[in-house]
Write a protein that binds this ligand. Sequence first.
Ligand code: BGC
Length: 359
Amino acid sequence: MMKRIRHYCSPSLIKLTAVLIILMLLGMTLTGCESRTNDPVEEVKIGVLTYDEYDTFINAMTKHMTKWCRQKEKEEDIRITIDIVGAKKSQLTQNDQARKFIAENYDVLCVNLVDRTDASGIIDKAIANDVPVIFFNREPVEEDLSRWDKLYYVGAIARQSGELQAKIITDALSDPERFAEIDVNNNGTIQYVMLEGEAGHQDSLVRTNVCTAALVDAGFSLEKLGDEYANWDRDQARAKMIELIDRYPFQIEMVIANNDDMALGALDVLQEQDYPLDPFVVGINGTEDALEAIRTMKLDGSVYNDAKGQGETIMEMAYDLGTGKDFPDTIEVIFDKYVFTPYSIITYDNVQQYITEES
Ligand code: BGC
């Protein structure tokens, strides 16, 4: 018996057992490593940088971003840190904010540039630290965006907003009764003022040019009385409108604004001054206040700029980049870089649909 046992414990058997144990340990270590790499990501850290903290449209977008993250956390059992900082219109401040996020190991940056021609400071840091960047709303120049395959842009096509704004106007002017109401001095020409967003912003430049060109193409006779920058801002638009009314009392028949806040600023002044004419006023964005003004027939129309769609798309992309997933097919990425949401027309006839969607 003893002999047998000794036989079973022969040196070759010991060697074999040792090899088996080593193989088992190796196997365990390998599986352990494997499961570590397959471990679900526990936290995604997203840094959102906006050009300014007082912009109505951008704030609507960031509100939808936060909402999306809270919902995703519930669905996926994952922690999502979303930190939103405004740059007070200083590119240097924004570069510094990006540097801090990168130093604090944020996984993705979502950047609404202050100066869209000056993205290189942020891009250099992002490339050096392998942190993807999704730019939004203020489109970087192509040369910058093409520097790295982990740079993206989410926005909307400015040309389309100009075309649709022109369509709201031409639809109204094509109705002879409406034309007669707007053309108060009855000279067959519409005297108008233009409130522009911001010099150098793609949406400002393109909306202004495309809208006015489309009106001329449609064969209407227009006379531009004034053209002022009001930096997307309701108060600045009010100040500009006061000046314009001083310069052109009883002459302004139409106000075309590059966004809703400026259109509402113009309306504020028209109401406060009890302006004797009832100019046709149009904006762009479809903000909450603008929808209400359209519903109550103060604002004649706006072009819906999908803050919700853009905000949610940016977060979906940031989340996928942070967790190493591919973007879903529902996100159409053009040239592996650009995602655009469509604009649409809002007038009194369909405003209720937008109010319902927003709430
Ligand atoms: C919006 C403006 C906004 C601007 C900020 C534009 O697309 O229409 O309301 O102020 O972006 O960059």
